[in-house]
Design a protein around this ligand. Structure first.
Ligand code: NAP
Ligand code: MG
Length: 402
């Protein structure tokens, strides 16, 4: 078979630890034999980030903006322990945070559904994709404890020194206070990323806030979404046969639990933080969760939702066998290759991505899986494979499907 050719480079962001090992295995076993991979490679492994004072992360994000599609391996976010372990010059910021800020993007997380790994919520037969607004609110708040009676106010001072005040509370005794904000431009970017991604994946979009209680703050989110929808997306949604649906957050939670899935749930920052862990856990496994960063102007960065699987890496370094699940990392590649195929009009590339995903699912449904899934599957007598053998098994299934 002739290898599939690519016309535009895919931005490849390599990473750390066990996922870096998976990265190479996936390329060698599942991609390079079938595709003439055309990537612009950036090494976001912590050593090279340190060597370049993190410039490589910035360069990779610039490249993602230039070419429109990137695939990223999980990376270490440095903490005190990593400072010593890697002898770092500085405690660099999370690469994901840096890239997200540069692309002004929203992260969409969706579970990969296979028979035999049953969601805890039995009616969830289709994936629920969570989109979390990643700016502001309680994550950029100022807080205060007060210990005596007194008056608390919100004060806004404009550039001319004019003050606007709003009473928060007349304290009769001790208490706590919080001031938070958000930006219209950030909410707009969030809304556009969500509408675009809904069109892209042909799924309904749900959004919820507490606008009945928060009549200015949350209501602004509701209004911005509605305005952008009415002005820019209403017809496109109708043409695509999908809906935009707004409701109150408590009503949304009730509906989500009763639903069969198959939609995108846009969440404010805190709601997204909480709900994404709930939805991910209920679908079964972090190792089966995909993640894509979408910018409002249509750049895509695909990755796995999990980290670098450090514990497995240390076993690997000691020469011990590992059984690390590569599915989410494979899906990062298939997501990126499919997108590249669509943008460059290379149907074989998008077709290959579909086929490789089918091979992943079929391998698991045939009873061959990594340990994390073997522990929770409802399939009887699953065969637990190590990291390398599982990837080989996917390759065999893929060859069978070709
Ligand atoms: P993690 O890498 O997600 O792993 C936590 C645990 O979840 C693992 O020890 C493993 O459990 C299980 N697990 C996760 N992915 C798995 C897979 N593919 N196959 C099998 N089991 C899997 O989180 P972490 O250990 O807390 O973080 C490690 C590093 O990742 C940190 O340095 C952190 O900064 C980084 N991180 C990066 C990203 C990113 O780049 N997107 C995201 C999160 C964390 P068992 O050990 O019980 O088998
Ligand atoms: Mg969280």
């Amino acid at each position: 078979m002739e290898k599939i050719k690519m016309t535009t480079p895919l931005v490849e962001m390599d990473g750390d630890e066990m996922t870096r090992i998976l990265w190479k295995l996936i390329k060698d076993e599942l991609l390079s034999p079938y595709i003439e991979l055309n990537t612009e490679y950036y090494d976001l492994g912590l050593e090279y980030r340190n060597e370049t004072n993190d410039q490589v992360t910035i360069d990779s994000a610039e490249a993602a903006k230039r070419y429109g599609v990137a695939v990223k391996c999980a990376t270490i976010t440095p903490n005190a322990a990593r400072m010593t372990e890697y002898n770092l010059k500085e405690m660099y910021k999370s690469p994901n945070g840096t890239i997200r800020a540069m692309l002004d993007g929203t992260v969409f997380r969706a579970p990969i559904i296979v028979k035999g790994i049953e969601p805890y919520v039995k009616n969830w037969t289709k994936p629920i994709t969570i989109a979390r607004h990643a700016y502001g609110d309680v994550y950029k708040a100022s807080e205060m404890k007060v210990s005596a009676p007194g008056k608390a106010e919100l004060v806004f001072t404009d550039e001319n020194g004019k003050e606007t005040r709003e009473l928060i509370h007349n304290f009769k005794g001790a208490g706590v206070l919080q001031g938070m904000h958000n930006l219209e431009c950030s909410i707009e970017s969030f809304a556009k990323s969500c509408f675009n991604f809904a069109l892209e994946t042909r799924q309904d979009l749900w959004f919820a806030t507490k606008d009945t209680i928060s009549k200015k703050y949350d209501h602004t989110f509701k209004d911005i979404f509605q305005e952008i929808f009415d002005n820019e997306y209403k017809e496109k949604f109708a043409d695509a046969g999908i809906k935009y649906f707004y409701t109150l957050i408590d009503d949304a939670v009730a509906r989500v639990m009763r639903s069969e899935g198959g939609y995108i749930w846009a969440c404010k920052n805190y709601d997204g933080d909480v709900m994404s862990d709930m939805v991910a856990t209920a679908f079964g496994s972090l190792s089966m969760m995909t993640s894509v960063l979408v910018s409002p102007d249509g750049c895509y960065e695909f990755e796995a939702a999990h980290g670098t699987v450090q514990r497995h890496y240390y076993k690997h370094l000691k020469g011990e066998e590992t059984s690390t699940n590569p599915i989410a990392t494979i899906y990062a590649w298939t997501g990126a290759l499919r997108k590249r195929g669509e943008l460059d009009n290379i149907p074989e590339l998008a077709g290959f991505a579909d086929l490789l995903e089918r091979a992943c699912i079929k391998t698991i449904e045939d009873g061959k899986m990594t340990k994390d899934l073997a522990l929770i599957t409802s399939i009887e007598n699953p065969v637990t494979l190590n990291t390398q053998d599982f990837i080989k098994a996917v390759r065999e299934t893929l060859e069978g499907l070709m």
